[in-house]
Ligand binder design. Sequence first.
Ligand SMILES: NC(=O)c1ccc[n+]([C@@H]2O[C@H](COP(=O)([O-])OP(=O)(O)OC[C@H]3O[C@@H](n4cnc5c(N)ncnc54)[C@H](OP(=O)(O)O)[C@@H]3O)[C@@H](O)[C@H]2O)c1
Length: 319
Amino acid sequence: MRAIAVSEYGAEPAPMNLPRPEPGPGEVLVKVIAAGLNPVDWKVADGMLKDSVDAEFPLILGQDGAGVVEEVGADATRLRPGEPVYGTFSAVERGLGAFAEYAIARADGPIAGMPEGMIYTQAAAVPTAGAAALAMVDEARIDTGQTVLVVGATGGVGQGVVQLAALAGAKVIATAHDDMAGTMRRLGAAETVDYAHDDQSHGELNNEVLAVHSDGIDAVLDMVGDTSATESVAQLLRPGGTYVSAIWSVNPDSMEAKGLRGVNLERRASADVLDRLSDLIDAGDLRVQIEREVPLVDAPRALAENRTGGARGKTVIRV
Ligand SMILES: NC(=O)c1ccc[n+]([C@@H]2O[C@H](COP(=O)([O-])OP(=O)(O)OC[C@H]3O[C@@H](n4cnc5c(N)ncnc54)[C@H](OP(=O)(O)O)[C@@H]3O)[C@@H](O)[C@H]2O)c1
């Protein structure tokens, strides 16, 4: 089958012809129709998991996908052949992922029947970014009327965070360059701050926020800041405020010492989370913006481009 894989950690992702996987007990084999691209895909290729998982190579990349159940293994009773499904498919220890014609998932894992009316390219864009956005907002425990800064608001996770935080009743300040300010407002942001002239210390960003909110804000939901940026942006928080990081940049002890709550995002997609996300999408409360669709053969280039930043929504790979 056609797949996009790396021959070792750090190697360039490349198209390869690899054997179709067989579903084991409790597993389903899915014929992938579309796969969603996430930063974690190139991070895995770089070796993000090398100290925690013994990977098999060639390692097929890709976490998110949508397609049709082709075969079910023994005891995999929850799903039936022919059923349209979406979810996460990465099995690094077996060299398997979603950027391939066929992918494997555990039937009791983060995979669900596709909601009626959802198309494959849309469904493939949902699992990782949608689950992260939902978890970020859950962790922030937002009360109606609170002011929340979303850093990295224009990306795949950020756009979901803006919508769900606004839905929870927050007054959302979204980071956005000029080209995305209108989109952020349409997604529910009350204000935008441009970080074009900001630096690593985030002095500019902090000044812009404080100019309007001189007594501080209630929460920061951050998809991009490293540890030092996080410490700096946390200065915007009122006593008792919350900082949630999608990239593990929070030192919870340091936050606690400042009278703040610091959380690093841990929750992943699950069948229940996918059901919550599809309800939100059905209700029109969560819109997933597809920035572009590319054929499987162009996935290596799309991964390289995502690494350089500038995402304005999700990239979907047509398999
Ligand atoms: N912990 C988890 O479970 C989990 C789950 C999902 C994602 N993540 C992580 O969360 C991060 C974001 O994921 P994603 O899918 O949203 O990525 P993405 O779609 O590539 O978007 C990243 C966005 O951040 C913006 N950005 C970059 N630097 C910025 C800055 N200094 N200030 C404000 N915005 C900035 C980018 O725009 P510009 O480049 O134009 O600035 C882009 O719009 C990734 O590192 C990902 O691995 C973690």
